[in-house]
Design a binder for this molecule. Structure first.
Ligand SMILES: *Cc1c(COP(=O)(O)O)cnc(C)c1O
Length: 359
């Protein structure tokens, strides 16, 4: 069976071991005589699956007791509404605009209160993380919102804003478990699973307990963190199969040595690609070097026809989904946890060959 190197920004590749385990479990999970898709979410089997997934996630991210972990639905995008509905008690938030996902979060938050845009990198098509001027922070804001890794533009924070007593809220969708973060610096983090931890359908959130239970009175039940926290993510039928696969990914990550070891591999992979881009006469990265993402690497040649030719030939050679986002153009290689070092090395070899042939 041929597998391609899949550089998709999401849904993206999963570890082969995880897919093989899912295949083994497909017809008869753990002696249940049924697949995980067919069993009650109130069954003993699923209870073990979700409890282990939560325990492993807490262990991998060092999430302390005073945070609730939730498996939610509606993707990262539903969090854009759920956050203001639950946290905007006084009615304002600070936000840094680093791209399309921050903008969508901003547009949604504006429906519920005032959004103070502290800084933006829109002037240069979001190819950097803007410097933050503390005098622009609102000390009375309900929360301060950032997009940690910008999937489309390929930037990431390497230093967090010091927001004092204002809870920091972060969208970790495209970087969760790719590098170590100190969860205690955040009031709330969330991530749609389909980039780094599993299939689409489940969204993981970790919320500090003091921020739970303050939802507006007219907040829909399904959008209230307290409802899900109190019910241990079993208020209604959760996305059982997606949680099961995410759980297998967590076990795989633990076997790999956890997030710390994964980070080393990710730094190695990113360095291989960026080093090549910095030395190539044909290809170049589009992001300011100090803000480069470890996960999403946008790059271009200076010729649109050459970009198209590259994408076409790469696809024919088993390097798929390299087309850049329509707002940036060119190419983007997403090299999440499941992408092996070998995949990045092979891509760079292919790029070298393409460069020689198309001088
Ligand atoms: C993909 C993505 C989202 C949106 O996720 P959905 O699950 O499709 O709603 C939000 N934020 C970031 C950073 C993303 O990469």
């Amino acid at each position: 069976m041929e597998r391609v190197y899949n550089f998709s920004a999401g849904p993206s590749m999963l570890p082969i071991e995880v897919l093989e385990q899912a295949q083994k479990d497909m017809l008869n999970f753990n002696g249940s005589g049924m697949s995980v898709m067919e069993m009650s979410h109130r069954s003993k089997w699923f209870d073990d699956i979700i409890k282990e997934a939560e325990a492993d996630l807490r262990e991998l991210m060092h999430i302390p007791e005073n945070y609730k972990v939730m498996f939610l639905q509606g993707g990262g995008s539903t969090q854009f509404a759920m956050i203001p509905l639950n946290l905007m008690v006084k009615g304002t938030c600070d936000l840094v605009n680093t791209g399309q996902w921050s903008k969508k979060a901003m547009q949604e938050a504006k429906k519920f209160g005032t959004v103070n845009v502290v800084a933006s990198s829109e002037d240069k098509v979001f190819n950097y993380i803007p410097a933050l001027d503390k005098s622009k922070f609102n000390p009375d804001a309900d929360y301060f919102y950032i997009t940690y890794n910008n999937t489309i533009y390929g930037t990431r924070y390497t230093e967090l804003p010091d927001t004092g007593n204002v809870p920091l809220v972060a969208d970790l969708s495209s970087m969760i478990m790719s590098e170590e973060i100190d969860i205690t610096k955040f009031g709330l983090v969330f991530a749609g699973a389909q980039k780094n931890i599993g299939p689409a359908g489940v969204t993981v959130a970790a919320v500090r307990e003091d921020l739970i239970g303050k939802a507006k009175a007219d907040c829909p039940t399904m959008l209230d963190y307290k409802v899900h926290a109190d019910a241990s993510s079993l208020y209604n039928t959760p996305p059982c199969y997606a949680i099961y696969i995410a759980g297998l990914v967590f076990k795989w990550l633990k076997k790999m040595g956890g997030v710390k070891e994964m980070q080393k591999v990710n730094e190695e992979k990113a360095a291989i690609l960026y080093d090549f881009l910095d030395n190539s006469m044909m290809f170049r990265g589009t992001v300011v070097p100090k803000d480069r993402s470890l996960m999403n690497v946008p790059f271009v040649t200076d010729d649109d026809d050459l970009n198209a030719k590259f994408i076409k030939e790469a696809t024919a050679n088993g390097f798929v989904n390299l087309k850049g986002h329509r707002t940036v153009g060119g190419m983007r290689a997403s090299i999440y946890n499941a992408m092996p070092v070998e995949g990045v090395k092979s891509l760079v070899e292919f790029m070298k060959k393409f460069e020689t042939e198309n001088k």
